[in-house]
Design a binder for this molecule. Structure first.
Ligand code: TMP
Length: 198
């Protein structure tokens, strides 16, 4: 049964805008839903988020901090919620580490797979909000302050997007690709169809 759902996409794809609506739509159908995010979701995770988004560090340290935050998140929040019958929607999860630290920063995919083994848990369903990088950059241009990732150049995000496509190809059974270049209403229609299906 689908209970652990993750939202993924390059910065500016618009996934966070749709997440609250998606969670409410599930609640209207009687599901008990919690919404959480990565990096973050726990006290330690939020402290690590503050660090990785703002402080420069080696690629390996960045990847390990992402997974350290994830392990804490899974153990403290996600698993207990799933075990008590709740649905969990997370704004990003392990796929982001493959896309950003793997493809974006060039960290060895196999090393990331080793870190992923610590986490064990996989989402039942992942919605990948796919959008051309120039559209995502345009959407981000209204933000007043940009974090360490958002400040990266277009080529970085092209690699991140390609990394997501690689994850989709490697895990076709759990991914649904959303065309996020469309209008908000058109994206909502795509999400409504997914909600009906699950
Ligand atoms: P957010 O802006 O969607 O909240 O995500 C924060 C940033 O962290 C975003 O630029 C992507 C990045 N990130 C990684 O680089 N690796 C990861 O594993 C996760 C979860 C996020």
């Amino acid at each position: 049964m689908t209970k652990f759902i993750t939202f993924e996409g390059v910065d500016g794809a618009g996934k966070s805008t749709h997440l609250a609506w998606f969670a409410d739509a599930l609640r209207c159908r009687g599901m008990d839903v919690i919404v959480t995010r990565e990096p973050g979701g726990t006290k330690l995770g939020e402290q690590l988020r503050e660090m990785v988004l703002n402080q420069s560090m080696s690629i390996g340290a960045e990847a390990m901090l992402m997974f350290a935050a994830r392990l804490e998140h899974v153990e403290q929040v996600i698993q207990p919620a799933l075990q008590s019958g709740k649905w969990v929607i997370s704004d990003r999860f392990s796929d982001a580490s493959f896309a950003y630290q793997g493809s974006g920063r060039g960290m060895d995919w196999e090393k990331l797979k080793q870190l992923e083994q610590w986490v064990e848990l996989q989402p039942d369903l992942t919605l990948f909000f796919d959008v051309p990088v120039e559209v995502a950059r345009q959407r981000l241009s209204n933000n007043v302050s940009l974090d360490r990732f958002e400040q990266e150049q277009g080529e970085f995000f092209e690699r991140v997007r390609a990394g997501y496509h690689r994850r989709v190809a490697e895990n076709p059974q759990r991914f649904v690709v959303i065309d996020a270049a469309q209008t908000l209403d058109a994206v909502k229609l795509q999400l409504a169809a997914i909600i009906e299906a699950i």
